[in-house]
Write a protein that binds this ligand. Sequence first.
Ligand code: GLU
Length: 345
Amino acid sequence: MKINHPSFLPRGFFSRALVSLVAVVAVLLFSATLDKQRAYAKSKFIAIGTGGPTGVYFVVGNAICRMVHKEAAEGRKKGRKHGLRCSAPSTAGSNYNIGQIRAGELDFGVAQSDWQHHAYNGTSKYEGKPFKKLRAVFSVHPEPFQILVGRRSGIRNWQGLKGKRVNIGNPGSGQRGTMEVLMKIHNTTKSDFASATELTSSEQSKALCDGNIDAYGYTVGVPNAGVAQAADGCGASIISLTTDPIKKLVADNAYYAFAVIPRGTYATTRRDVKTFGVKATFVTSAKESEASVYEVVRAVFENLSDFKKLHPAFSRLQPKQMIEEGLSAPLHKGALKYYKEKGWK
Ligand code: GLU
């Protein structure tokens, strides 16, 4: 059927209208895509690697995200928009986090100061593969290295671990690395133990209380819910670590310091426990943008008193120590920018 062209419309009207319509729709679609792209560029998701769900790193990562989101909400009211969204999943720990930052899978991570040092300098387990783009952001709480022993294990010191079932920690965790360092300086090998298990930090206390292992090593802030599960829950105790090789280790390496777990911390801490420890540190890559590191740092330090309330291990945090102690990789430029603005650097 043929439709006659209405005589009151000029010739070619329909085809011209169709072309204009297509053009208008195309322009609309194009600008909508541009808007969308602009919105994506403005909002960025950052992922922070932490540790086991019962550890303190998990609280560090989630406390940082909380401050980032708090700044986002308050900034929106004042017209200051940073566009960051943050998540802090549980991970295998320090060395896993450093590896994932290097691989570009995580933006930030929490890591022990000894492993930050080794990763940047290419020493210890990073021998021959230094991570020169690793950047320090700030340090957080102190982490004493602790050996928890079962109530009936009879273990009193490092030598007492011989012939026992010892959890040396999951691969990727900071404690696994530090346990290996301790084994090396004491000439202890896995075969000196009845067994060397690789349980994660959230499994080890139950294993100790159930009598499936005799001891475990853990580098963690004080107090810690996971340690309390064994120390308060089934009478496990933390032994002092004061051997000559440990004294030498601390004297030779700036990223270690002697540490004391005060009497009364847990039900079985009847006197001060003398050990050594590291600092928990917050790290990223030089590839992370100056703007995002600046905003994360700003969110934490502008809200430091709120941050400190989120875990008792944070109660003594002070900006001066946080930007100096335990950092061996260079500071990220976004962090440095904020510290300079504050007159701290
Ligand atoms: N220091 C431990 C690690 O590097 C984690 C401790 C924690 O989760 O608080 O893996």
